[in-house]
Design a protein around this ligand. Sequence first.
Ligand code: MG
Length: 270
Amino acid sequence: MRRLGANGMREYRKRIVVMRKSDKEIELMAQAGAITGAALQATLDALRPGVTTAEVDKIAEQVIRDAGAVPSFKGFRGYPASTCIEINDVVVHGIPSEDVVVEEGDIVGVDVGAYFEGFHGDTAATLAIGDVSDEARDLISVTEASLRAGIDAAQAGNRLKAIPMAIQECVEAAGFSVVRQLLGHGIGRQMHEPPQVPNYYSPGEFPDYELQLRPGIVLAIEPMVNVGGVAVTVDSDGWTTRTADGSLSAHFEHTIAVTKDGPRILTARD
Ligand code: MG
């Protein structure tokens, strides 16, 4: 999760120091990531028609706490839950609720973070609930493929912009659009650290595009992809972010480390 207000992007840009993690720190991040991945998997296993998003959230929190970790999202800028749950036109930051029931035909994204031994993990995935439209199924598979393309571009020696370029190409080739207003991010002792990791390339817009990727840089790469236009709106709760045109949106995310042997996914699921 990363929320940007009108000025948020500009403020965040001033912090340009990108921390690299030691091998030992990356091993700790892999532990945080494994817990985060397990929490996400447990929620995906629980998604079915009739379940409330509050129930799904509780499952994630239990997995995280049973592992001796802490939900990263809970209390973050006052966020009330351990997960963000994103149904249909919700792009990100849907607040779990006893009043929101998952239904057959929905597409449901779950975004979860866990803090363990001083480090955060952050991961998300979107699932089809039973029979969904061909378009919805395509959206999910393209979004997941775009994450894979972005991860594959996270090679030491590349500029950071290789990641958004790979994601955007994958998404737009399929006729979908990449959300601009929300970004991936560096991650470590803080859930959101420099650099910014946009999912689109717009020359000159982000100084971080030119960052050279080096071993020890850890990123949360998270394409958010819409069937329709790029515009999003935020509900009156200050969090729930939807497509402005009501079209479907999907979201996948992994926390990855750049290593000399290529990108390593720290939030892999079994
Ligand atoms: Mg994130």
